[in-house]
Design a protein around this ligand. Structure first.
Ligand SMILES: Cc1cc2nc3c(=O)[nH]c(=O)nc-3n(C[C@H](O)[C@H](O)[C@H](O)COP(=O)(O)OP(=O)(O)OC[C@H]3O[C@@H](n4cnc5c(N)ncnc54)[C@H](O)[C@@H]3O)c2cc1C
Length: 606
C-alpha cells in the first residue's frame, strides 16, 4: 500500500479531517486544497529529496575553517521546500501563511521524512519561529519569525551543553546585561552571552544568509552568580549576524563561533555543531560576548522552550515513523523479488521445483507485518496527536482543555514509541534483506542508522519514561490519564458488538487498559519516587503498546469494507493484538512489584 493511500485513508476516512473546514480559521480549505498541498510535497520529496538520500549520507558536512560545506543537493532541497510555502503553512494569511490545519501540515511533511529524513531540518526553523510568535515581542516576531517563515533565515534550538544534556538545570551559559540602555533595545532586553552549546543541529551553514539561535542561558547578578536549577534559566534570541529593528543585516558578525562538527552514526545530511558563544572570536563593538535579546520573562526560559520542544517531540516521532515505513517499503519490494528456498511440505522439499520468492515464507511475512503494524500504527498516532493540536488551537473551550490534557499524556508516547519500535522495524527490514541488508548497496542500513538518533534527542527514552510516569499520568489529579481511558473505552464500546476479532481485540484492550491503570497506582503506592520510577521505561513500553493497540482497533473499525488495503489493515491489527499486546504483562509486572533488581545493584557488582 503506497504511502499516499495510507495518508489519505488516515486523514479522510479515519480522522475526517475535512470537518475542520467548518471552523472559521480553515473555512477557505477543502479536500482539493489539502490534496494540492499533499501532491506538491509528495512531488518535491520524490524529485529533490529521495534521489539524494544516500548522497547526503556519504558526503558529510565539512568545515573548511570559515564555513560549512554541504552538498548541492541539500541547497536544492532547501530551496524547493522554502518555495513550497511549507515553512509558513500554518500561519495566518496576512503574514503569508496558508492557515493549513496542523494535521495536514504534519501529513504533508511526512513525505519529506520518508524520502530523506536528514537532508532538511526545516522542523527546527518552523518550531523556532512558532516559539517567537508565542513568546516574543512584536519586533522579535516581525524581524526574526517572519523571516524564518519566508525561508530567508533558518532557526536552531540551543539547549544542550557538553556537561548538561538531560539535566538542563546544570547549564552554565551566562548572560549579563549589555551596558547602558540594555533594557531599551527594541529587539528586546540586550545581553551578552558566554558559554558552549553542544549538539546544535543546523548550528552553522550557508543555506540561508542568517541563522536565528534560540539559546537557554542563566542571567548572572553583579557578582556573576546565577540562580541554581531551572528557575534561573532564561531564553535569548541570538542571531549569527546582527540585525537592526527593521530586520536588515547591520554588517556585523555576532560573537557565535563554530568550534567543530560532530560526526554522527546517521542523520548525516543535517550538520551538527559545537558552538561557542561569546569567546571573543568575533568581538562585537570591541568586546567579547554574543549579543542576545531576552525572549519572554527572565527565569521563564525553559517554559518558553517547551513550546518548541512539544512540537519537536511530535516531529521526532513522525521522523522515526517515516524511517520505519521507508524500511518497510524497501523490504516489501525486496521480498517480492528475491527467490530463495522452497516450501516445506509433508513430503519434504522438491529440489526440482522453482524457488519461491521470500515473501511466501511465513517468517518473512511475520517480519513484514510487524513493520507494517509498527509504521502505520505510529503514523496513525502522530496524526491523531496532530489533530489534537488543531483542537487545542481552534476548538471550543471545553475541547481545548481536553486536547491539552490528552497531548500532555500522549506526547511522551508520540515521541518515544516510534523511536523504539520503528527502529525495530528498520532492524527487521535489514533482516528481510539478509546479507544484502547489511551492505551499503541497499538503503535499509542507513534507515536504521538514521533512526537510532530518535531515542536519544529531544529527551532520551529514560527521561520520557520518567516524564510519563513521574508527571504526566499524575498531573491535575490524573485527569489526562482519565480522559485517555474514556476515549479508549469509547472505541472498545464500538468494537464489542461487532463480535469475532473485534470483540476479542476489544476485550484484550480493556484488560490492558485496566492493567495500566492498576500498575500506575501500584507504582506510586509507597509514594517513593525512587521505587515508582525505577522501571519507568518498561511502564512507558506497556503504556505505548496499549495506546498503539487502541490505534489499531480504531483503524480496524475504519477498515471493515472489502479490498486489499482494508484486509491488510485488519491483519496488522490482528498481528498487534496477537503478537505485541501480550508483551505488556512482562513490562508491567516489574513496575507493579517496584522491582529494584536494577536500581539496587551496587556499582562494583557490574
Ligand atoms: C544528532 C543529535 C542532534 C541533537 N540536536 C540538538 C539540538 O539541536 N539542540 C540541542 O539543544 N540539543 C541537541 N541534541 C542533544 C540531545 O538533546 C542530548 O544528546 C540529549 O538530551 C541527551 O543528553 P546527553 O547526550 O548529554 O546524555 P546524558 O544526559 O548524559 O544521558 C546519558 C544517558 O543517561 C541517562 N540519564 C541521564 N539522566 C538520567 C536520569 N536523571 N535518570 C535516568 N537516566 C538518566 C539518559 O537517559 C541516557 O541514556 C542533539 C543530540 C544529537 C545526538
Amino acid at each position: 500500500m503506497p504511502l499516499r493511500d495510507t495518508v489519505d485513508f488516515l486523514l479522510y476516512d479515519w480522522l475526517k479531517v475535512e470537518q475542520l473546514n467548518q471552523r472559521e480559521r480553515f473555512a477557505d480549505h477543502s479536500r482539493e486544497t489539502f490534496n494540492a498541498v499533499l501532491d506538491t510535497c509528495e512531488r518535491i520529496a520524490r524529485e529533490k529529496y529521495a534521489p539524494h538520500n544516500r548522497t547526503v549520507d556519504i558526503e558529510e558536512p565539512q568545515f573548511d575553517g570559515e564555513s560549512v560545506i554541504l552538498p548541492q543537493a541539500t541547497h536544492d532541497a532547501y530551496a524547493a521546500y522554502a518555495a513550497s510555502g511549507m515553512l509558513s503553512a500554518a500561519q495566518d494569511y496576512d503574514i503569508g501563511g496558508m492557515q493549513l490545519p496542523y494535521t495536514v501540515e504534519s501529513a504533508a511533511n511526512a513525505f519529506f521524512a520518508c524520502a530523506s529524513v536528514s537532508i532538511g531540518a526545516n522542523m527546527l526553523t518552523v518550531g523556532n519561529a512558532n516559539l517567537l510568535m508565542a513568546h516574543g515581542n512584536d519586533v522579535q516576531k516581525q524581524v526574526f519569525a517572519h523571516k524564518e517563515f519566508a525561508g530567508e533565515w533558518a532557526g536552531t534550538m540551543c539547549l544542550s551543553e557538553p556537561q548538561a544534556g538531560s539535566s538542563l538545570s546544570d547549564i552554565a551559559t551566562k548572560a549579563t546585561p549589555d551596558g547602558e540602555g540594555f533594557s531599551d533595545d527594541p529587539l528586546g532586553q540586550r545581553y551578552r552571552l558566554k558559554g558552549n552549546k553542544m549538539w546544535i543541529s543546523t548550528g552553522d551553514h550557508e543555506l540561508t544568509n542568517n541563522i536565528v539561535h534560540l539559546v537557554l542561558a542563566k542571567i548572572a547578578d553583579d557578582k556573576g552568580q546565577t540562580i541554581p536549577g531551572v528557575k534561573g534559566i532564561s531564553l535569548f534570541v541570538v542571531p549569527k549576524k546582527l540585525v537592526n529593528p527593521q530586520g536588515e543585516l547591520t554588517g556585523e558578525r555576532n560573537d557565535v563561533a563554530l568550534a567543530g562538527l560532530n560526526h554522527k552514526c546517521g542523520w548525516r545530511g543535517t550538520v551538527n555543531t559545537l558552538l561557542n558563544f561569546g569567546e571573543g572570536k568575533y568581538p562585537v563593538r570591541g568586546a567579547s560576548g554574543a549579543i542576545g535579546y531576552l525572549v519572554g520573562q527572565p527565569g521563564e526560559g525553559l517554559r518558553c522552550m517547551f513550546h518548541m520542544m512539544n512540537e519537536a517531540r511530535i516531529g521526532v516521532g513522525m521522523a522515526a515513523t517515516m524511517l520505519g515505513l521507508a524500511g518497510y517499503y524497501a523490504s516489501l519490494d525486496y521480498a517480492k523479488n528475491r527467490p530463495q528456498g522452497r516450501p516445506m511440505t509433508a513430503a519434504g522439499k522438491d529440489a526440482t521445483s522453482p524457488q519461491t520468492r521470500i515473501i511466501e515464507h511465513a517468517d518473512v511475512k511475520r517480519m513484514l507485518l510487524a513493520q507494517k503494524a509498527y509504521g502505520e500504527g505510529a503514523l496513525a498516532l502522530e496524526l491523531y496527536c496532530a489533530r489534537l493540536v488543531d483542537e487545542q488551537r481552534t476548538g471550543s473551550k471545553a475541547s481545548v482543555n481536553e486536547a491539552r490534557l490528552l497531548l500532555e499524556v500522549l506526547t511522551p508516547i508520540a515521541k518515544s514509541w516510534p523511536s523504539e519500535w520503528c527502529l525495530e522495524a528498520n532492524s527487521l527490514a535489514i533482516q528481510v534483506h539478509g546479507g544484502y541488508g547489511y551492505t551499503r548497496d541497499y538503503p535499509v542500513e542507513q534507515y536504521w542508522r538514521d533512526n537510532r538518533l530518535n531515542m536519544i534527542h529531544e529527551g532520551t527514552h529514560g527521561i520520557q519514561g520518567m516524564d510519563l510516569l513521574g508527571r504526566k499520568v499524575l498531573m491535575e489529579n490524573g485527569m489526562g490519564l482519565q480522559l485517555l481511558a474514556q476515549r479508549i473505552n469509547a472505541t472498545i464500546e464500538q468494537a464489542l458488538p461487532l463480535g469475532h476479532d473485534f470483540a476479542m481485540h476489544a476485550n484484550a484492550l480493556a484488560q490492558a487498559l485496566q492493567s495500566v491503570g492498576r500498575t500506575t497506582k501500584m507504582a506510586w503506592s509507597t509514594g517513593e519516587p525512587r521505587e515508582a520510577l525505577a522501571n519507568a521505561v518498561p511502564y512507558m513500553q506497556a503504556f505505548g503498546h496499549t495506546v498503539l493497540a487502541w490505534m489499531w482497533l480504531e483503524l480496524a473499525l475504519a477498515s471493515q469494507a472489502d479490498g486489499d488495503a482494508h484486509v491488510g489493515r485488519r491483519a496488522a491489527a490482528r498481528y498487534f493484538f496477537h503478537y505485541e499486546l501480550p508483551k505488556i504483562d512482562a513490562w508491567l509486572n516489574v513496575v507493579q512489584a517496584r522491582d529494584m533488581t536494577c536500581a539496587d545493584l551496587p556499582e562494583n557488582s557490574f
